[in-house]
Design a protein around this ligand. Structure first.
Ligand code: FCB
Length: 438
């Protein structure tokens, strides 16, 4: 069976600056909360840091040559706020802005559509010390940062996402403390979540103020919530879980209010100022969805280990049909703009074979099944326009350091040698054919 995709389908791959760039204090770059966090003993496995990571800051041209070899039509990346504004606000660092200018130029020269994310978690340390996401002045700084970039790149970058996964910023950064800044304060976290939405709204206005033709969106990570059987209790658990945790951003952005179950579950409303909900609910040009797995519920509650299911190296269940169900659910419950899968992929403990190659057949199968389920969701009527595989290359996986590999391209961190994996060669063929063969 051959699943053919629409003519202009945007096949690509994604990365994030802190995970690949390295050069953490070069070229006038300021410190981010991830620099501080990873430099704090005990925070990241093996004491790994993003100081060098994939050294992409110095190797971006060679990396773009690899993107060309894969035939990517698009590349999703994020901007390091402190490379552009070392203290998050105030004076611009020209060489930081120049770096992204050169990166975008090189992408355009390679005929690769740049998809830019303004903030993928590496918040400026200076702004963190000035109250972080709780201090509303910092929300305006985010909007100003957006405008600075838009002024410089708008002639070449069409797609602008405000945030990557605001939920992870709030819950992992301020509840579990597993991510920077490593705090444990659920009340603060809920306020951060709200303020991130306000910052998203302000940045949306600010980008459009610079150029009304820019396509502005946001990237949300969503896990489908499935019932294991048709026991009403299982169904109830699955629905409650979705309402409590998966509507956090979808609801305010696309309905203009928080889901009552989210509010109840999280212990009441955050502080909302006049005009906030209107800012948050501005019409968007696209919705980015990051999908990795699902949560499953039976009459007893969450099923921690699904019998018979495959799990990735992150301990995430592989369940591609959940992606199709979720796309349909979001499409029917919200009035959403065109959707881009902005991340999807899998970590497996790859091995380099005797032939020097990486035969990552499990990753290949994971991607194939998710591409197919996406195509089926499109046939169901969901408007999906593109697909960014996470990730272009192995990289710094946050608290897991370099122990988790998600790349289509293997990175040897000792030598910085890149090797396209079998999944990468396979993906190149999918892109060339614009089709997936089952
Ligand atoms: C997502 C992040 C991305 C990467 C993948 C595995 O939550 O956006 O940076 O860590 O998970």
């Amino acid at each position: 069976m051959n699943y053919t995709f629409p003519h202009n389908f945007l096949w690509g791959a994604a990365t994030a600056c802190y995970q690949i760039e390295g050069a953490w204090d070069e070229g006038g770059k300021g410190e981010s909360i991830w620099d501080r966090f990873s430099h704090t003993p005990g925070k990241v496995i093996n004491g790994d840091t993003g100081d060098v990571a994939c050294d992409h800051y110095h190797r971006y041209e060679a990396d773009i040559a690899l993107m060309r070899r894969l035939g990517l039509k698009a590349y999703r990346f994020s901007i390091s706020w402190t490379r552009v504004l070392p203290f998050g606000a105030g004076s611009i660092n020209p060489s930081g802005l120049d770096f992204y200018d050169r990166l975008v130029d090189a992408l355009c020269a390679a005929n690769i559509e740049p998809l830019l994310t303004l903030h993928h978690w590496d918040f400026p340390q200076a702004l963190h010390e000035a109250g972080g996401w709780i201090n509303r002045t910092n929300l305006n700084h985010f909007a100003d940062y957006a405008a600075i970039l838009a002024k410089r790149l708008r002639d070449r970058v069409k797609y602008w996402a405000s945030f990557n996964e605001p939920g992870v910023i709030a819950w992992d950064g301020y509840v579990s403390g597993e991510h920077a800044p490593g705090e444990r304060d659920p009340v603060k976290a809920k306020q951060v979540a709200h303020n991130l939405m306000v910052a998203h709204g302000l940045a949306t206005q600010s980008l459009r103020g610079v150029d009304s033709s820019l396509k502005v969106g946001i990237v949300l990570n969503q896990w489908m919530s499935d019932a294991a059987d048709d026991d009403p209790k299982s169904i109830r658990y699955a629905e409650d879980a979705w309402n409590r945790s998966e509507t956090t951003f979808l609801h305010p952005i696309f309905k203009g209010y928080y889901h009552p179950e989210y509010i109840e579950f999280s212990g009441g409303l955050p502080e909302i100022q006049a005009g906030d909900m209107k800012l948050i609910g501005q019409k968007l040009d696209f919705l980015g969805i990051n999908f990795y797995s699902r949560n499953l519920y039976n009459a007893q509650g969450h099923v921690d280990e699904v019998a018979g299911s495959e799990y990735t190296d992150m301990d995430w269940e592989v369940c591609a049909p959940a992606l199709r169900r979720m796309l349909n659910k979001i499409n029917s419950e919200y009035n959403v703009p065109p959707i881009y899968i902005t991340e999807n992929g899998a970590s497996f403990p790859d091995e380099v074979s005797g032939d020097g190659k990486v035969h990552d057949l499990r990753r290949l199968a994971y991607l194939k099944s998710h591409f197919i389920q996406t195509r089926l969701a499109m046939q169901d009527g969901v408007d999906v326009r593109g697909y960014m595989v996470w990730s272009l290359m192995d990289n710094f996986e946050w608290g897991h350091g370099f122990t988790k590999r998600f790349g289509l391209i293997r990175v040897d961190y000792e030598t910085q040698k890149r090797t396209i994996k079998e999944s990468g060669d396979w993906y190149a063929n999918v892109i060339r054919m614009n089709a997936v063969e089952e």
